[in-house]
Design a protein around this ligand. Structure first.
Ligand code: ZN
Length: 532
């Protein structure tokens, strides 16, 4: 799901945009939910959406990869749109108006070495029987004893047994990983449900050596780990070492020490009260990564409310995608990301146009186009860690990711339903619009795979509301055939549901930006409003 990015080509532009006002085509905002928009207004919204998607998902934009000329084109296009609509810079940083710098580091595995010992004697294993990776730049442990830990989940109690040792675990004993089905965004999708290795490392193990005797093969693990990993620059660089070994390699290793074989170990590990067993073996492990820095940006605009200090509402969509994602001889190399997520950018831009042209709102509305979503929700993380406004003042945040999949008129899904205090307010707005909420919470499968998750982790009530997740068949067809592929191009975007999303989001923003409709910023105030 995460595609390795080529090295950054740099990004220079910063500062104020040239002020060029484009005359808009006499757009009239739809006034009140009750009256509803006219056919002509809906056609105008659709025309605008189509223009944004066609532009942002064109080959000229190169798949909108962070740190490339595609970023410059994307952010310049959006900022000009937002400026013309009437937004001002929302970065709250006079040195960096509109474009909030975000620095990413990309780490790619470079080398992997392992040596195993029984006493002083080296146990020679084939090089293709193991793989060593680190989360840091270079990690090395020398001659550390191997200890089998069974199903031991780590914890304070085993700290002395693990300290300075390599914990050996069997993959067949691990909890089953999360289903690998991809969704919009991807960060959480690649991780197993229980991070056993992480728990053991946290409990003091010098490294973890996993015997791949379960469903995963060494090739699976290597393919996943060889993809670049990304992080925000300035995040603590870990130095954890993890190693993986084939069952044949493990058998050879255990035999060299004359101890138990894998099956016997498993029996021992399953015994009640088992915590750890030294294996009479030791390992030296080394892994290095290559590091590249990528300078990229979140675009932040603001529509100022008329009641300063009354809080803010955030509307966001990620602008980044994968750039070139196929290799010759394929003819189409660019992942244009039309649905994912030119569609979301188009929707938030048209919502902003409606809001700006309508009755003034009480609260500030922040429009955020995030970078690095495809690399692990990193732009949203940067926004949350270095916000242009106190996060506690954000009464609601709405993300738009991968719309443009369905025709008009479908029920509305809330990704994050039941996870925030916004549900009651959303229900009220949908009722006013005579829109049906989709039954069940199937859409929550995407909760961790999109930017609002990152805000939720920082206690900002944040959800994704769209009609695009209400048709499982279409969603599945998209995921299986189009998602993160060159075929996610403008030609396949469906606009009816996107127009719906613009109308719905506009009313949601109006509602949550209204201090009477949605009174407070504290959880109690939100609940009180919701309880009515
Ligand atoms: Zn994506």
């Amino acid at each position: 799901m995460i595609v390795t990015a080529p090295p950054s080509t740099g990004f220079r532009r910063r500062g104020r945009l040239a002020i060029v006002c484009l005359t808009l085509l006499g757009l009239i905002p739809f006034a009140a939910a009750a009256a509803g928009p006219s056919k002509r207004q809906m056609a105008q919204i659709e025309g605008q959406l189509r223009q944004h998607v066609t532009t942002l998902a064109s080959d000229e934009y190169g798949g909108r990869e962070p740190g490339t000329p595609g970023e410059t084109l994307t952010l310049r296009y959006l900022a000009r749109q937002w400026f013309d609509i009437g937004l001002e810079s929302g970065t709250n940083d006079p040195g960096n108006t509109w474009f909030a710098p975000v620095e990413l580091v990309e780490r790619e595995p470079q080398s992997s070495r392992a040596q195993f010992f029984h006493g002083k004697r080296r146990v020679a294993l084939a090089e293709d029987s193991y793989f060593v990776v680190t989360s840091g730049l270079r990690s090395l442990i020398e001659n550390a004893p191997l200890v089998y830990v069974g199903r031991n989940p780590g914890g304070e109690g085993v700290r002395t047994e693990l300290a300075g040792r390599v914990a050996l675990v069997l993959d067949s004993e691990a909890a089953p990983p999360e289903p690998a089905k991809p969704g919009p965004g991807n960060a959480a999708a690649a991780r197993p449900a229980v991070d056993r290795a992480g728990q053991l490392l946290d409990s003091g193990a010098a490294a973890v050596l996993t015997v791949l005797d379960g469903e995963r093969t060494l090739e699976d693990v290597m393919a996943r780990r060889r993809r670049a990993g990304y992080a925000l620059s300035g995040e603590r660089i870990g130095g954890d070492i993890e190693a993986f070994i084939t069952p044949e390699g493990a058998r050879q290793l255990l035999a060299s020490a004359g101890g138990l074989d894998l099956a016997a170990l498993k029996l021992v590990g399953a015994a009640p009260g088992f915590s750890a067993r030294p294996l009479g073996l030791a390992a030296s492990l080394e892994a290095t990564n290559r590091e590249t820095r990528i300078k990229t940006h979140n675009l932040i605009g603001k529509l100022e409310g008329r009641r300063p200090g009354s809080g803010a509402v955030v509307l966001m969509a990620h602008w980044d995608h994968f750039g070139k994602c196929a290799a010759p001889p394929a003819e189409d190399l660019v992942c244009n990301g039309a649905v994912d997520n030119a569609s979301g950018l188009a929707v938030i831009t048209e919502v902003a146009r409606q809001l700006s042209a309508g009755k003034p709102l009480d609260r500030d509305v922040y429009l955020v186009a995030t970078t690095g979503e495809e690399l692990g929700l990193l732009g949203a993380l940067a926004f949350a860690e270095n916000p242009p406004l106190p996060l506690g003042s954000v009464v609601a945040a709405f993300n738009v990711d991968s719309t443009g999949l369905v025709p008009a008129g479908l029920p509305v899904s809330v990704v994050g339903q039941g996870m925030t205090r916004l549900d009651a307010g959303i229900a009220k707005v949908l009722k006013g619009l005579k829109r049906k909420l989709a039954a069940g919470d199937a859409a929550n499968a995407f909760a961790r795979r999109q930017d609002s998750w990152m805000l939720m982790q920082h206690d900002v009530p944040s959800v994704m509301v769209s009609t695009s997740y209400s048709d499982p068949a279409r969603l599945e067809a998209f995921m299986d055939n189009v998602y993160h592929r060159p075929s996610d191009a403008a030609a396949s975007v469906v606009y009816g549901g996107m127009v719906d999303d613009v109308l719905i989001q506009t009313e949601l923003l109006r509602f949550f930006a209204d201090v009477k409709a949605w009174p407070g910023t504290g959880p109690a105030a939100g609940l009180a409003a919701g309880a009515k």
